[in-house]
Ligand binder design. Structure first.
Ligand SMILES: Nc1ncnc2c1ncn2[C@@H]1O[C@H](COP(=O)(O)OP(=O)(O)OP(=O)(O)O)[C@@H](O)[C@H]1O
Ligand SMILES: [Mg+2]
Length: 266
């Protein structure tokens, strides 16, 4: 199954949620692929650290390599799996981002390559139990490609009042994309991130979202400096701090999502 994590607002936790849920699944034995569609490359950096730019020419690697061949010679087409890297973690694989994604975007868009990611990932469905896609904080060619390629979307929400405003336009964008391109896309839910139960505003905001009918997931993720340490050390929480409170919340969120999946399959 393919899950995209998307919110066009920056810094809400897309990368953290993508990598940590993927790492938990991999740790449980699911063969898991993470695709980094954000030119910032934070997921790539989080999971594998610095990349040796000389050893891996930017335009030939990962997501950039995959997209580049859609505008190149038909004879040279490689299997999408050849753009996948191993990570230090068992069962966890990465299709890395690269800085060239931004210069390629206009051409890909003008040549209608918006369905190419979906076509490529369909070929990988048998190889991986779970495919996670991290997206940039924009509703651009790459995030649209991801929403078209995915079965489900998770929307992180970071409990500030601006986040709520942007949630309305985000949900509109997702609804339009469903209508135009991917009617099967399921909104799995809104993930409350960096929730502070001591303050009044976050609780009120979440209650209002629920009243308005938004599908808020019942597991909330708290805030912890462990997350920053986890990024810095290039070690997902389940590896760095398996019994930390935030890790336990992530495990609970993963379990909640698995329950939703099995209900949907029944
Ligand atoms: N639960 C958490 N507790 C504390 N810090 C967190 C938590 N989740 C994310 N962060 C921190 O917030 C920052 C933004 O997180 P992250 O990079 O995951 O967001 P993003 O939505 O992917 O950002 P961007 O839009 O730039 O891609 C990072 O510094 C991360 O360490
Ligand atoms: Mg990110």
């Amino acid at each position: 199954m393919r899950r995209v994590v998307f919110n066009q607002k920056g810094g809400v936790g897309k990368t953290s949620i993508t990598c940590n849920l993927a790492a938990i699944g991999a740790d449980m034995g699911y063969r898991t692929l993470v695709i980094d569609l954000d030119v910032q490359g934070n997921t790539t950096h989080y999971l594998v650290g610095e990349i040796d730019a000389e050893a891996f020419p930017a335009e030939a690697q990962g997501v950039a390599g995959l997209f580049k061949q859609t505008v190149g010679s038909r004879r040279m087409q490689k299997n999408p799996d050849s753009f996948v890297w191993e990570t230090p973690y068992e069962n966890l694989f990465l299709m890395p981002s690269s800085p060239t994604l931004s210069s390629m975007e206009k051409e890909l868009e003008s040549r209608y390559k918006i369905y190419k990611l979906r076509d490529a990932l369909e070929k990988l469905d048998d190889e991986y139990d779970r495919i996670y896609i991290d997206t940039p904080p924009n509703f651009n060619f790459y995030s649209k490609s991801a929403l078209i390629a995915a079965d489900t979307v998770l929307v992180p929400f970071d409990c500030d009042s601006f986040a709520r405003q942007s949630l309305y336009s985000l949900m509109d964008n997702i609804a339009e994309l469903q209508e135009d391109h991917n009617p099967d896309l399921e909104v799995e839910g809104i993930v409350i991130n960096q929730f502070n139960s001591q303050a009044r505003l976050p609780g009120e905001l979440v209650a209002e979202l629920e009243e308005e009918g938004y599908p808020v997931l019942s597991t909330y993720l708290g805030a912890s400096v462990k997350m920053r340490e986890s990024h810095r050390e290039h070690r997902p929480l389940v590896d760095l701090a398996p019994s930390h409170k935030l890790t336990r919340q992530y495990l609970e969120l993963h379990a909640e999502l698995e329950r939703i999946l099995s209900r949907a399959a029944a």
